[in-house]
Ligand binder design. Structure first.
Ligand code: ATP
Ligand code: MG
Length: 460
C-alpha cells in the first residue's frame, strides 16, 4: 500500500468512526430513555386512572373490578388501605412488590402520584404509587408494578441490533474508503509514473484527461506539458539541423574561395575579388550569428524594450532615407503615408528594426516598376501600420510557417535574395514584446501585406 492512500484512508476511517460512534451513542441513549419514560409514564397514568375510579367509588366491588382489569395486562395493581395493608391485588404479591410497598411508607405523596422505582437495569419492577383521597383524607393507595425483565430483554435486543448495524456500517465505511482512496490515489500514481517516464524522455504518454475535477485538470496539464516538451524537442532538433545547414553554405563558399585565393597562378585583382567575396560571406555569417543570438536573448526575455513616445512620421522618414537608394536601384517606388501627428510608445531602435526587416523583404521580393507602401492609420483601438508590396507573394501553405526562424519559402539560397529566414521571427518577437500583433496576407504574384497593430498610440 502506498503512503498517501494509507494516510487518507486512516484519517477518513477515524473521522467516520468518531461520527458514527457519536451518532449511535446518542441514538441508542435517546431510544432507551424515551422508552423507559414512556413505560413509567404509562404506568403512572394507569395508576392515576384506577385511583380516580376508586376515589369516586371506594367500595369492595370497585376495588375487585380494578384488580380484575389488571389481571390480563402486563402490569400489576395492588390496592392497600391507608396503613399500607393490602386490600386487593391483580396477581400474587411477590417479595419484591412487598418490599417496594414497605419502602414507600416513608415517602411523602402528592395527589398526582409518584414514581417509586425506575431502576430498570437492576430492580425487578418499575413501580408507581397514587394515593386515594376521599374527603381530603387518604384512604388507601394504588400501587402499579411493571416487570423489568421484558424491558431488559427488549433493550438487549436493541443493543444487539445496534451492534450489528455498527459492524455493517464500519464494513461499508472500510469499503468506501478503499474505493475512494483508489479513486483518488491511483490516478495520482499514474501521473507520477507518467512524469517519471517524461523525465526519462518518453513522450508517448496517455493520461485519462476525461475526468471533470481537479485530478482531471492535473492530468490535462501534465499531458499538455508532455506535448509541449515533445514539440520543443522537435523544434530544437529541426532548428539545429537547419542552422548547421545554414552555416554549411557560407562556410563552403569561404573554404572554396580561400582555396582559390591561395593558388599561386592568379592575378592580384582576382585574389582581391575572391578575398572580398570571402569577407562578404564572413559578414553574412556574423549577421546570422548575431541575429540568432538576439533571438535567443528574446526567447529568454533577456532583452529590454525601452518604450518612449515616438513620432511615427519622423521614424519612417529616417528609414526611407536609408532605403531610398536601394529602392531606386531596383526601380521600386517607396511610398509612405503617415499623418504627421501620430505618436506611439515604442522602442525606437527595435521598432526601426521591424520596419527595416519588412521593407528589406518587400524590396527583395518585388519586381521593378512596382510600389511598396507603408501606411499608418489610427483609430480608437490603436495604431495600425501596413507594409504592402506588389511582389511575388507567398504561397498559402507557407504562410503558417513564415514566422519560424530559418524558414524560407525559396529553399535554395540564392545570392540575390539570400536571407537566412530569421528576419520575420525577430519582427514578430519585437512586435509582441511591445504588446502588439502582426499578421500577414499574401497572394502569389499579387503581393504581400504585413499589418502591425499597436494597442496604444495617440495624436500629439
Ligand atoms: N514581402 C514578401 N514577399 C514575398 N515573400 C516574402 C516576403 N517577406 C518574406 N517573404 C518570405 O518569407 C521568408 C522569410 O522571411 P524572413 O524575413 O524571415 O527571412 P529572409 O528575408 O529570407 O532572411 P533575413 O530576413 O533573415 O535576412 C523569406 O525567405 C521569403 O521567402
Ligand atoms: Mg527578411
Amino acid at each position: 500500500m502506498n503512503k498517501l492512500s494509507v494516510w487518507l484512508g486512516l484519517l477518513f476511517f477515524i473521522f467516520i468512526l468518531l461520527i458514527e460512534t457519536m451518532l449511535f451513542f446518542f441514538l441508542y441513549q435517546g431510544i432507551i430513555s424515551e422508552r423507559i419514560q414512556s413505560e413509567t409514564g404509562n404506568l403512572l397514568a394507569r395508576g392515576t386512572t384506577h385511583r380516580n375510579v376508586l376515589e369516586k367509588n371506594f367500595h369492595e366491588s370497585t376495588i375487585e373490578h380494578v384488580a380484575l382489569m389488571e389481571t390480563e395486562a402486563a402490569t400489576d395493581v395492588v390496592i392497600t388501605d391507608e396503613n399500607y395493608k393490602v386490600i386487593q391485588s391483580s396477581n400474587k404479591i411477590t417479595e419484591g412488590m412487598q418490599e417496594l410497598i414497605n419502602n414507600s411508607k416513608t415517602i411523602s405523596y402528592t395527589h398526582h402520584g409518584i414514581l417509586l422505582e425506575d431502576r430498570w437495569k437492576t430492580e425487578k419492577y418499575l413501580a408507581t404509587v397514587s394515593p386515594i383521597v376521599v374527603n381530603k383524607k387518604i384512604v388507601g393507595f394504588v400501587y402499579m408494578f411493571l416487570e423489568t425483565v421484558p424491558i431488559r430483554n427488549m433493550i438487549h435486543q436493541l443493543t444487539n441490533q445496534f451492534l450489528l448495524i455498527g459492524v455493517i456500517s464500519i464494513f461499508i465505511t472500510l469499503i468506501t474508503i478503499f474505493l475512494l482512496s483508489k479513486f483518488i490515489v491511483s490516478p495520482l500514481l499514474e501521473m507520477k509514473r507518467v512524469t517519471e517516464q517524461l523525465s526519462k524522455g518518453n513522450h508517448e504518454i496517455k493520461l485519462n484527461t476525461k475526468r471533470d475535477d481537479e485530478l482531471g485538470d492535473l492530468a490535462r496539464s501534465i499531458q499538455l506539458l508532455s506535448d509541449n516538451l515533445h514539440r520543443l524537442k522537435k523544434d530544437r532538433n529541426e532548428f539545429l539541423s537547419s542552422i548547421s545547414h545554414e552555416l554549411k553554405t557560407p562556410l563552403t563558399y569561404l573554404k572554396g574561395y580561400a582555396d582559390i585565393a591561395r593558388r599561386p597562378n592568379i592575378t592580384n585583382e582576382q585574389r582581391d575579388e575572391y578575398l572580398s567575396i570571402i569577407k562578404e560571406e564572413a559578414e553574412n555569417v556574423v549577421v546570422l550569428v548575431n541575429n540568432l543570438f538576439e533571438l535567443a536573448k528574446m526567447d529568454e526575455n533577456q532583452f529590454t524594450i525601452n518604450k518612449q513616445p515616438v513620432r511615427l512620421k519622423d521614424l519612417l522618414e529616417k528609414i526611407r532615407q536609408k532605403f531610398q537608394p536601394a529602392f531606386h536601384e531596383e526601380k521600386i517606388d517607396l511610398k509612405i503615408i503617415c499623418p504627421p501627428n501620430i505618436s506611439v510608445s515604442v522602442d525606437a531602435v527595435r521598432f526601426s528594426q521591424v520596419i527595416s526587416n519588412l521593407l528589406d523583404n518587400a524590396l527583395k521580393h518585388s519586381p521593378a516598376n512596382t510600389t511598396v507602401t507603408v501606411e499608418v492609420k489610427q483609430n480608437k483601438t490603436g495604431t495600425t501600420i501596413t507594409i504592402s508590396d506588389e511582389g511575388e507573394g507567398i504561397p498559402e501553405e507557407d504562410l503558417p510557417n513564415i514566422w519560424d526562424r530559418l524558414y524560407r519559402v525559396e529553399k535554395s539560397r540564392s545570392r540575390s535574395t539570400g536571407g537566412s529566414g530569421i528576419g520575420l521571427a525577430i519582427v514578430k518577437k519585437i512586435v509582441e514584446s511591445h504588446g502588439g500583433e502582426i499578421s500577414i496576407k499574401s497572394i502569389v504574384n499579387k503581393g504581400t501585406t504585413f499589418t502591425i497593430h499597436l494597442k496604444d498610440g495617440g495624436a500629439i
